[in-house]
Design a protein around this ligand. Structure first.
Ligand SMILES: Cc1cc2nc3c(=O)[nH]c(=O)nc-3n(C[C@H](O)[C@H](O)[C@H](O)COP(=O)(O)OP(=O)(O)OC[C@H]3O[C@@H](n4cnc5c(N)ncnc54)[C@H](O)[C@@H]3O)c2cc1C
Length: 384
């Protein structure tokens, strides 16, 4: 190979960097090819919320646990700040409390527990305690500021693991071991294509066969109006009816029915609530979900209002203001949470198709490297 790379990774989002990390940890010589001057896609537009509780039961939940462990292993070395840990799920309806109880009886609930209102108020003083029925605390989660974390992760991969990252380098085609880029050819023994929601540049027919859609989300940065700590992330009843680890429990049907009648417009807009805090005290709050063939170009003011209405139901922050609004997109599938396709023995197309790449990308990277090289990382042992 003229360039001498063991692996070329297309895309420097969290999935591409996850694959690069797993390969580099196995001593592979890795080059990452990214068309933009820095990551600007879903991986830096998200909540930076590494979520475990709520992920689909089974392999995906295990992926989230493993990814969380990898985040925890590397953050100090990579200079990435963890802003808070854990997750509070306040159940405002009886039906939501029933979901929490059912969740605690599953293997995923093992290290989670119901906490008192006083404990919750200590963690997040601005949480409205009335009319909360019960509150689940999950200890697994951590929160990073993705727009800061991704560049640090990329720099650390280069310095610590010798991963070469070529920015402003668009990959146009892959022909065997030769990769055609906007800056000339690159040669590698293996290729991992991690294009996020670009379904049309590389392997469009293969990607089209998986009936993927593009999900467009609206997000807000909220200034709380006063100093108020969040010592954990917070979700709401709407999230219990949306995140599969909760929503797929039979007990969640009654909650979904009630929400469909009480908050029909929000449910139709795919609105639920995640609120996390940044270093300056401001909050990242979202989100809505619209599915289609392409990114929705225009944000809806109404969706933002629906998100804020849910925020105001859960938090007592009357002085809050919105300081920033943005949209993000990700690849979405009805059927699966991740997609690994094999157009050739040495090539993998790698997509997270459920909006959970920050939570699962590192473990997926290990699985892809195990698959390419027949190796056995922790993730392979976890997944059996
Ligand atoms: C608003 C929002 C909130 C979210 N919140 C969370 C959350 O809190 N927790 C969580 O776990 N997940 C969350 N997600 C989902 C998560 O962000 C995504 O699953 C993840 O970022 C996908 O990573 P990726 O690397 O596949 O895609 P991307 O981040 O889109 O990266 C793909 C990269 O590939 C590059 N690329 C594509 N084609 C080429 C080519 N031909 N040549 C060169 N480069 C190419 C692109 O330029 C891009 O940089 C959220 C997503 C959004 C949009």
């Amino acid at each position: 190979m003229t360039d001498g790379y063991d692996l070329a990774v297309v895309g420097a989002g969290i999935v591409g960097l996850g694959v690069a990390l797993a390969a580099a940890r196995q001593g592979k010589r890795v080059v990452v090819l990214e068309r933009n001057p820095q990551a600007i896609g879903a991986s830096i537009r998200n909540f930076g919320f590494v979520t475990v509780s709520g992920q689909r039961a089974g392999d995906h939940w295990a992926r989230a646990m493993r990814s969380r462990d990898i985040w925890a292993e590397i953050v100090n070395e990579a200079g990435i700040a963890v802003h808070h840990r854990g997750l509070l799920m306040p159940a405002r309806r009886d039906e939501a409390a029933t979901v929490l109880e059912a969740f605690l009886k599953t293997p995923m609930g093992r290290d989670c527990r119901l906490i008192t209102h006083a404990e919750a108020a200590d963690m997040v003083p601005s949480l409205r305690i009335e009319p909360v029925q019960s509150i689940l605390y999950s200890p697994h989660e951590l929160r990073v500021e993705s727009a800061d974390a991704l560049p640090r992760l990329a720099a650390w991969l280069t310095h610590k693991h010798g991963v070469e990252i070529r920015w402003r380098t668009a990959v146009r085609a892959i022909d065997g071991h030769r990769i055609e880029t906007s800056r000339g050819p690159v040669h590698a023994d293996a290729v991992a294509v991690c294009p996020g929601d670009d379904f049309s540049t590389l392997y469009p027919e293969r990607i089209a066969a998986h009936n993927l859609r593009v999900c467009t989300l609206q997000m807000l940065r909220v200034a709380p109006g006063r100093t108020t700590p969040f010592r954990a992330a917070v979700m709401s009843d709407m999230s219990l009816a949306r995140y599969e680890g909760f929503a797929a429990l039979p007990e969640a049907d009654a909650l979904a029915k009630r929400l469909d009648s009480e908050q029909a417009e929000s449910r139709a807009a795919g609105v639920h609530l995640i609120a996390v805090q940044s270093a300056d005290g401001s909050l990242v709050v979202g989100d809505s979900h619209v599915y289609g063939d392409a990114q929705q170009p225009f944000a809806s003011e109404r969706f933002d209002q629906l998100i804020l209405d849910e925020f105001d139901r859960v938090f007592d922050l009357p002085e809050r203001t919105v300081s920033r609004r943005w949209i993000g997109t990700y690849a979405s599938s009805h059927e699966h949470t991740v997609l690994v396709d094999r157009p050739e023995d040495h090539i993998r197309i790698v997509l997270v198709t459920g909006g959970t790449g920050a939570s699962t990308g590192f473990a997926l990277g290990e699985q892809v490297i195990d698959d390419l090289y027949g190796s056995e990382s922790v993730m392979k042992r976890v997944a059996g």
